[in-house]
Ligand binder design. Structure first.
Ligand code: SF4
Length: 356
């Protein structure tokens, strides 16, 4: 049973007034509410996926964050409670690879006390080992990133020689541990894994798990993105629909990022995430908290807002809440609506630092 934290938005009489936030619904400059919080718990990963942490950049000399610089579980949980008080209903743990952070289930247990859904995105390599403990700690759902079912392609994409069979096994272990249905995220890049689209759909049809195909994006500054590399979601739907007819399904909730498509024959559903060809910035309700406690209002942000200094400087919950609210109220991000080949070259923060 989750503990309910009272929502205390009102400014107390006699106390110093909130500089920017005086209660009521918290919205940004485009009237978007804050509903989702993505927390990167580590900037490290045991994979070196070419589109995310290419080995030539993230090599032995890369300056990963020292332990003292990253937020503790207690600090993360305190912030998460404040975010929930401001309207966040979903918390997603990301990284890097979140399961390389030791005892992650301890953080899940702290977050599970909050009246919010707690989910995790993982590359699956360590999931089989931790699935039971995560579920017992209160994890609600898990999303596994898996870009190919072909072992040679998968090993080349993760650049860590990790076999695909182990990730597939982890998905089943997670489901058996009570984390079903598992969502499986596949980033599709033309000429790299697009030949696997139909095979991927076939593998998960009828299992209850939901594969979601994501358009390849210009995340970070190191992946050398070009529009030619993008397979539009419409093409993904066309290719799968040619084999097993599909029909659109309603969104589960307003602002859902994935567009749902259902197999007409009852074989389940797939999702497509059209981050490039159909930007969904107008309904983007996501805030991101980096490993070292900076806030980012967009996946493509160039700068963050430091919360760690407030946390470690003894600021009250109210002061931190006001700072978070002020950051959100100033938010005007809509990167995917204005993306061009030129913006793709801008220096952006790496995805492994703020979480995908
Ligand atoms: S580009 Fe930024 S504002 Fe647009 S959907 Fe992505 S994270 Fe949200």
């Amino acid at each position: 049973m989750k503990k309910v934290i009272p929502l205390e938005f009102r400014r107390d009489e006699g106390r110093s007034p909130a500089p920017h936030f005086s209660g009521g619904p918290l919205v940004d400059t485009r009237q978007r509410a804050m509903h989702d919080l993505r927390i990167s718990v580590t900037d490290r990963c045991n994979f070196r996926c070419v589109y995310c942490m290419p080995r030539e950049v993230f090599d032995a000399n890369h300056p990963f964050l020292p332990h003292s610089a990253i937020l503790t579980f207690e600090e993360i949980a305190r912030l998460a409670g404040i975010f929930v008080g401001l309207g966040v209903e979903k918390i997603r743990l990301t990284g890097g690879e979140p399961l390389v952070r030791r005892d992650l289930h301890r953080l899940v247990a702290l977050l599970a006390e909050l009246p919010a859904e707690v989910t995790l995105t993982t590359n699956g390599s360590l999931l089989a080992k931790h699935a039971k403990a995560l579920k017992a700690a209160g994890l609600d759902r898990v999303t596994v990133s898996l870009d190919s079912l072909d072992d040679t392609t998968f090993r080349a994409m993760n650049d860590a020689d990790f076999p695909v069979a182990k990730v597939i096994e982890a998905i089943e272990v997670a489901a058996a541990a009570g984390l079903a249905p598992v969502k499986i995220n596949t980033v599709v890049k033309r000429g790299v894994n697009d030949q696997d689209i139909v095979r991927m759909a076939e593998r998960w049809r009828g299992t209850g798990h939901i594969v979601r195909f994501i358009e390849y994006m210009d995340v970070g500054s190191t992946n050398g993105w070009r529009m030619d590399d993008v397979i539009p979601s419409a093409e993904v739907v066309r290719r799968i629909g040619a084999r097993w007819p599909l029909e659109p399904a309603d969104a589960n909730y307003a602002g859902e990022v994935a567009e749902r498509w259902r197999y007409v024959d009852g074989g389940g559903e797939i999702g497509v995430i059209s981050s490039v060809t159909q930007a969904f910035c107008s309904t983007c309700t996501r805030m991101r908290l980096s490993t070292e406690g900076s806030l980012f209002t967009c996946l493509f942000a160039q700068t963050g807002h430091d919360l760690k200094a407030l946390l470690r400087g003894g600021a009250s919950d109210e002061a931190i809440r006001n700072e978070i609210a002020a950051v959100w109220q100033r938010r005007a991000d809509r990167y995917s609506e204005i993306r061009t080949g030129e913006t793709a070259k801008l220096r952006k923060v790496e995805m492994s630092y703020i979480g995908g």
